[in-house]
Design a protein around this ligand. Structure first.
Ligand code: BTN
Length: 321
């Protein structure tokens, strides 16, 4: 049973009469017209032709209705889209604390006032350009396996970006999405856990979608990029969000049903780090060595020049040529 007018118009992909919509949704034709007006106010372009009916011409670039109609059901319980939030991760965490948040809920924002990056950094989040989204999971994973959620999200995002834009993105350990040696996106995972079980995991995804060079702060222009800059084409945020959710669902099911090894293998295939000489900065410590592998918990195994191996759980990596 379709949920709303957008579902019907999208499925039909042609003019759809008011009478049919009213019959399918069990509402009056006047109510159909009222909903069309309210959808137009939200940015949908819906043509109305008296003898033919309604045609969905264009959806807003980031639209809760559109995303829900494509992605809700299956794994995703609730999907919320906001204009401006402090941080989608923070909002998900605070709603979960008040028990206002169901597991497998997605929070998306057009912009963030205090977007958070890894290692306490700021994630610059201007409106109208990018994807800022957080997924709240209640995964019943062992705490030591929580990093799998970050890895799976990175894998899912690379597949989604490839599908929507054709770009082949790779993953720089632990979770940077990179292309042409520049950062296109990142993932920030925050968890609430008991000693052995994860109770809540919030996976924050930031992807630079339609940023132009001048939209980036000058100091990061040489190290950051966007889908638009790399492909030369505008990319629909709606379609990308929907594809990211599809891919996350796919790899989440893979993790739950098949365990972590298929996922670890997938991550290794997409990695731009393994087999390279790298510099790792961990607070004040700097290590140089070969990024040999990741272990079963997603930790980087670094082979130092001395031959000793170190397992690293967090840090900043630079690839050395
Ligand atoms: C990184 O530093 O690479 C991780 C960046 C993660 C940014 C995203 S944007 C959506 C979510 N909300 C936040 O405040 N941060 C994450």
């Amino acid at each position: 049973m379709p949920e709303n007018i957008i579902d019907l118009l999208k499925k039909n992909n042609d003019y759809y009469s008011g009478a049919k919509i009213s019959a399918e949704l069990g509402i009056s034709r006047a109510a159909v017209w009222k909903r069309i007006i309210s959808l137009r106010k939200k940015g949908f372009i819906i043509e109305a032709v008296p003898s033919k009916g309604y045609l969905l011409v264009k959806s807003p670039d980031l639209s809760a209705e559109y995303i829900k109609s494509a992605a809700k059901g299956g794994l995703w319980k609730d999907i919320f889209v906001y204009d401006l939030v402090p941080s989608t991760n923070e909002l998900a965490m605070s709603l979960a604390t008040k028990e206002d948040l169901r597991a497998n809920t997605v929070i998306i924002a057009d912009s963030q006032k205090k977007g958070k990056g890894r290692l306490g950094r700021t994630w610059i989040s201007p409106p109208g350009r990018n994807i800022y989204m957080s997924i709240a999971f209640n995964p019943r994973l062992d705490t030591r396996d929580a990093t799998m959620l970050t890895l799976l999200t990175a894998v899912a995002c690379t597949h989604a970006i490839k599908k929507i834009s054709g770009l082949q993105v790779s993953i720089k350990w632990p979770n940077d999405l990179v292309i042409s040696d520049k950062k296109l996106g990142g993932i920030l995972t925050e968890i609430r856990a008991d000693i052995d079980k994860v109770n809540l995991a919030v996976i924050g995804i930031g992807i630079n979608v339609n940023m132009e060079t001048e939209d980036f702060a000058e100091e990061i222009r040489s190290i950051a990029t966007s889908i638009k800059k790399e492909s030369g084409k505008y990319c629909s945020r709606n379609e990308l969000v929907i594809e990211v959710l599809r891919q996350v669902e796919h790899f989440y099911c893979m993790l739950i049903n098949l365990g972590k090894y298929p996922l670890l293998n997938e991550w290794k295939i997409l990695s731009s780090t393994l087999g390279k000489s790298v510099k790792v900065v961990i607070g004040d410590e700097i290590l140089i060595g070969l990024a040999e592998d990741i272990d079963d918990n997603g930790m980087l195994i670094l082979k130092l020049d001395s031959g000793l191996r170190r397992r690293i759980s967090a840090g900043d990596i630079t690839l050395l040529r």
